[in-house]
Design a binder for this molecule. Structure first.
Ligand SMILES: C[S@@+](CC[C@H](N)C(=O)[O-])C[C@H]1O[C@@H](n2cnc3c(N)ncnc32)[C@H](O)[C@@H]1O
Length: 228
């Protein structure tokens, strides 16, 4: 199969598999902590993730003396809006992208009362609907760990670089456990990254490697900065 053919197959598989998961039990596949989430608890789990993974970086996200209420944020892989809902209370505007039409439909319902959120169905690898240099912060959690190829993750990094304003931060989480030695990656068990892999990804996409945390674990976090 050609490179383009293989990529199309991967994008189709991601959309179909996540659509199927959304129809079966969206909340469970988003956060496997419960098979029958209470709605309030489900969104509360998103608030906790925002507190732990975004609020702790706020000084670095804002830089200087800006307020988050002056910033436009981008979330890749928003699911049904579990974290988006809280992000919308913090930032001026949030654009939330997902590959699954079924997830996007549920996110639109969950976020319908919020006039500072834009929910976008993406193609699974690019941000083609979004304008250059129009975001102050980009974020992704428990999404890239499910992506089966380095090429798709690299495509997102190039695209995030394009849509971020100079000096902006991209914080995202990857799969750091090296389980691909035993099994081929799929749309649930995505591709693993070592520290060397992510440094290469950073260099190839033009970002500055600010820091990493959790190398070798399920929650391998990267902080990539777009140069000023
Ligand atoms: C485990 S859920 C996490 C959702 C959300 N980040 C949260 O924490 O609530 C993973 C989400 O990533 C989406 N996703 C998977 N592959 C994607 C891709 N290539 N591009 C965009 N979204 C993707 C899925 O459709 C799903 O909504």
């Amino acid at each position: 199969m050609s490179g383009a053919g293989a990529r199309d197959t991967t994008l189709r598989a991601m959309r179909e598999d996540w659509d199927q998961r959304a129809r079966e039990n969206a909340e469970y596949y988003i956060h496997t902590g419960s098979k029958q989430w209470d709605e309030r608890e489900f969104f509360r789990s998103g608030e906790i993730n925002v507190a732990n993974e975004i609020m702790t970086d706020m000084a670095s996200i804002c830089g200087g003396n800006r307020s988050p209420l002056d910033l436009d944020a981008l979330e890749i892989g928003c699911g049904v809006g579990r974290m988006t809902k809280m992000m919308a209370r913090i930032f001026r505007h949030v654009t939330a992208v997902d590959v699954s039409a079924e997830m996007i439909q549920r996110a639109k319902t969950n976020l319908s009362g919020l006039d500072n959120v834009n929910v976008v169905l993406g193609d699974g690898a690019t941000l083609s609907a979004l304008k250059d240099a129009s975001y102050d912060f980009a974020f992704s959690f428990i999404v890239f760990q499910h992506i089966p190829t380095v090429e798709v993750v690299a495509s997102y990094c190039r695209e995030v670089y394009r849509v971020l304003r100079p000096g902006a931060l991209f914080k995202f989480q990857l799969q750091g456990v090296q389980w691909n030695r035993d099994r081929p990656p799929d749309t649930w068990h995505g591709i693993s990254f070592s520290e060397d892999d992510s440094r290469r990804l950073c260099q190839e996409t033009g970002f500055i490697f600010e820091r990493s945390d959790g190398v070798g674990s399920n929650f391998y976090w990267l902080w990539f900065r777009k140069p000023d």
